[in-house]
Design a binder for this molecule. Structure first.
Ligand SMILES: [Zn+2]
Length: 425
């Protein structure tokens, strides 16, 4: 039987690569032609920042083109060269069977991909980010970070692989449901452990010192009825000049501010950024996103459960017969060609959440101007693209384009004013 599996996969893979590269090229051409500051931002962003953003976007885009071409070539080479069946045969010859062969096969594959990605990661941090003044890490710290991450992956990942094998092999036809329940439980435990155990392995967290910012944020949290597990400052500046704030946890999160953000923003600006984050929790975006990703995992596991006993899958990629580890490897290497089409939907949902959180922040903090200047400042400090191609941003952007976002904040502020004084309206 001549199988259609490989040709269909190759066509889908090629379409994905063409769409991804086409969007990137379109965006690069758009940015290369753009000049100066977009109209609505004039007076808020200076020419020098606009020019630096442009250069940074172009440099990052070219890097993404090279990286994309390399990863695509690598994935195809691994899938088509017969190296996977050869690895499997080698492990069998070494006497590894069952769970050990399953784990060794997948660990070897993941190590190979990590090693191949190393030169790109080095170049990104020490050449590209350094050229624009963002990089603050040293080669030593960078290596220590990598080794720590590898140790954590080994400590968590290897037992997880053995558990996965156990569920797939021994829990009957509905193994994918059991495995799903197990993964959800593990994810909840990790979310719970992350702030207190995993994050401190990489960064130092100190309580936000008493002062106007702390007083302001605590007042906001009280007003919003928002329970949190403390306010912390993280020493992000050890590694990079990018600034940000984030919350970790599901129901009572820790609020974490990058030290870079605390240093550079006014109290009103930092408070409005945190009011925005509180908005994500109050509107249950975080919980909804977790539920959505769990649903995605369930669908993937179901698909995997149908593929495991399907001989044409193995034949197409040179395996002699079905095996759990081959199925898992093929699905994780080839699955991207399918999952890729969901990214514009995910980005769109995320942008809707950002608009909602902005509206909430305007209502809670009552300082729309500070939220706007904070966003302009973040945009400038991170040298975010001021001129994205509309198709590129629609497909990839998890946050609205700055100009549109500021316009929406102004509309929300106007609506608030009107609601506050109906008689005058
Ligand atoms: Zn947000």
């Amino acid at each position: 039987m001549t199988s259609w599996v490989l040709p269909v996969f190759l066509v889908l893979f090629a379409i994905q690569y063409a769409v991804e590269t086409g969007l990137l090229l379109l965006n690069l051409r758009h940015v290369a032609r753009a000049r100066g500051v977009p109209g609505p931002l004039s007076g808020r962003v200076d020419e020098a920042t606009a020019e630096r953003s442009r250069a940074y976007t172009l440099a990052n885009g070219r890097f993404a083109l090279a990286h994309g071409a390399f990863s695509t070539a690598l994935t195809l080479a691994i899938l088509l060269s017969g190296v996977l069946p050869a690895l499997d045969a080698g492990l069998a010859a070494a006497g590894l069977m069952g769970a050990h062969r399953f784990a060794a096969f997948l660990v070897a594959l993941s190590l190979a991909f990590s090693a191949a990605a190393l030169p790109f990661a080095l170049f990104h941090t020490f050449v590209l980010e350094a050229r624009f003044g963002f990089n603050r890490t040293t080669l030593r710290l960078w290596l220590v970070d990598r080794l720590k991450a590898l140790a954590i992956q080994a400590a968590l990942g290897v037992p997880l692989l053995y558990a996965t094998y156990g569920f797939m092999r021994f829990t009957g036809a509905l193994w994918w449901v059991w495995l799903f329940a197990f993964y959800v439980a593990i994810q909840l435990v990790l979310l719970w452990l992350y702030p207190s155990i995993i994050a401190p392995i990489f960064n130092r967290f100190q309580p936000l010192p008493d002062g106007p910012l702390r007083a302001r944020v605590e007042a906001l949290a009280r007003e919003a009825g928002f329970a949190h597990r403390g306010l912390y400052v993280m020493d992000a500046s050890r590694r990079s000049g990018h600034s940000n704030a984030y919350f970790t946890g599901i129901f009572r999160p820790r609020i974490v501010l990058f030290d870079t953000l605390v240093e550079k923003m006014s109290v009103d600006e930092a408070a409005s950024v945190l009011a925005h984050e509180i908005g994500h929790y109050r509107a249950h975006h975080v919980q909804r996103r977790l539920a959505l990703s769990a649903a995605g995992t369930l669908v993937l596991l179901f698909a995997l459960s149908r593929l495991v006993p399907w001989p044409p899958l193995y034949a197409a990629f040179g395996f002699e017969g079905p095996s759990l580890h081959a199925a898992l490897a093929l699905v994780s290497l080839g699955g991207g060609a399918f999952v890729f089409w969901l990214s514009p939907l995910a980005a769109r949902l995320s942008r809707r959440h950002e608009y909602e959180a902005d509206r909430y922040a305007v209502r809670l903090a009552g300082a729309p101007e500070a939220l706007e200047t904070a966003l302009v400042r973040l945009n400038g400090e991170n040298l975010s693209n001021l001129h994205p191609h509309p198709w590129y941003s629609a497909w990839h952007y998890s946050h609205p384009v700055l100009v549109e976002r500021l316009a929406a904040i102004e509309r929300a502020a106007a609506a608030e004013r009107q609601a506050a004084s109906p008689a005058a309206g």
